[in-house]
Design a protein around this ligand. Sequence first.
Ligand SMILES: Cc1cc2nc3c(=O)[nH]c(=O)nc-3n(C[C@H](O)[C@H](O)[C@H](O)COP(=O)(O)OP(=O)(O)OC[C@H]3O[C@@H](n4cnc5c(N)ncnc54)[C@H](O)[C@@H]3O)c2cc1C
Length: 302
Amino acid sequence: MNHAAAAAGEWYRPASLADALAIRASARGTVVAIAGCTDLMVGWNAGGRRLPSVLDLSALPELGMIEVGPDAVTIGATACCARIAAHPAIAGRLSMLACSARQTGSIAIQNRATLGGNIMNASPAADNPPVLLAYGAQVTLASLRGSRTLDYATFHTGYKRTLAEPDELLVSVTVPYPAPGASSHYRKVGTRRAQAISKVALAALIETTDEAEPASRQVRAARFGFASAGPVPLAAPGLSAAIRGRAFPEIDRALVERALASDLSPIDDIRSTAAYRRQVSVNLVMAALAEASHAPGRVLMP
Ligand SMILES: Cc1cc2nc3c(=O)[nH]c(=O)nc-3n(C[C@H](O)[C@H](O)[C@H](O)COP(=O)(O)OP(=O)(O)OC[C@H]3O[C@@H](n4cnc5c(N)ncnc54)[C@H](O)[C@@H]3O)c2cc1C
C-alpha cells in the first residue's frame, strides 16, 4: 500500500515493526506516530482541527518490552510510566527512573504515557529526560534504512527538535546501571506535589572516592540532568567538569553558581521566573552534593 497521500483520519495499527517502518517511510511525514496519545490528544483538542492520519504503535511487540541485561535495562519506547515505575529491576537499580515515572502526571496518565512519547514530545519540562541524562542513557532509532543508537545527551538539538528523522521511530532506551556506591538524587519542584509541570527538576548521579572521613572524600564523577532550565533537557557538562576530582569541602556555592551560569538558560514563563529557576537549581545541586558527601550510596528521592 502507498501511504504517501494518506487521507486525513486514517488509522494504521501494524502488528510488526517492519510494517510500521514501511508506513513511516512511504507516508513521508504525513502520518503521525501515536503511543499513549496523552500529549497528542491535548494538542488536537485545543486546535479543533481535523485529525491527521495516525500510525498506532500499541500493537508492536518490539516496542513494548523491558529487557533486563547484566549492565543495563533496555526499555521499549511504548512501555508506559506505570510499568516502568513498578518494574523490579528499575525500582531496584535505576530508582531515579522509577521515581520520575511515578511523578509523570496522575496515575491515570501513567497508565498511558509512554517513555518514548515523553522523549519524542521533546518538552524541556518533561520528567523522565533529566534522569536519562544523569544515568547516561542511549536511544535506539529505526527506519527502513536500518537502526542507530545515539547517546541521549546528544538527542535534543533545540526546542522541540531532535536528531530523529521523519522516517524513523524511537524503538528503545537503554539505561546503564550506576557504579556501585553512586548516590542518586531526584527532585521535581512544582506548584504541587502531583499533577504539576516542573518549575525545575534535577536528577544527579554522583560517584565519590572511598575515604571514611566525609571531608576527605572527592567527586570521582558526576552527571546531571535538568528539566525546565533551558530549551531542551540539559546535562550541565560544565558543572560535571568543574567538580570532578575535587574534595567536597572545595565545592562551594559560588563554584556551582558559576558552572550553572553557562550550563543553564532558563526563561521567565507562566510557571516561574528565570531567576527563581537558577536559584533553585543551585539549591538542588548543593543538596545533592551534601547527601553524596555524607552518605555515599544514598538514594534521595521524594
Ligand atoms: C493531564 C496531563 C498531565 C501530564 N503530566 C505530565 C508530567 O507530570 N510530566 C511529564 O513529563 N509529562 C506529563 N504529561 C505529558 C505526557 O503525558 C507525557 O509526555 C507522556 O510521556 C507522553 O507519552 P505518550 O505515549 O502519551 O505520547 P503521545 O502523545 O502518543 O506522543 C507524543 C509525541 O511523541 C511521538 N512519538 C511517540 N512515540 C514515538 C515513537 N516510538 N517514535 C517516534 N515518535 C513517537 C508522537 O508522534 C508525538 O509527537 C501530562 C499530560 C497530561 C495530559
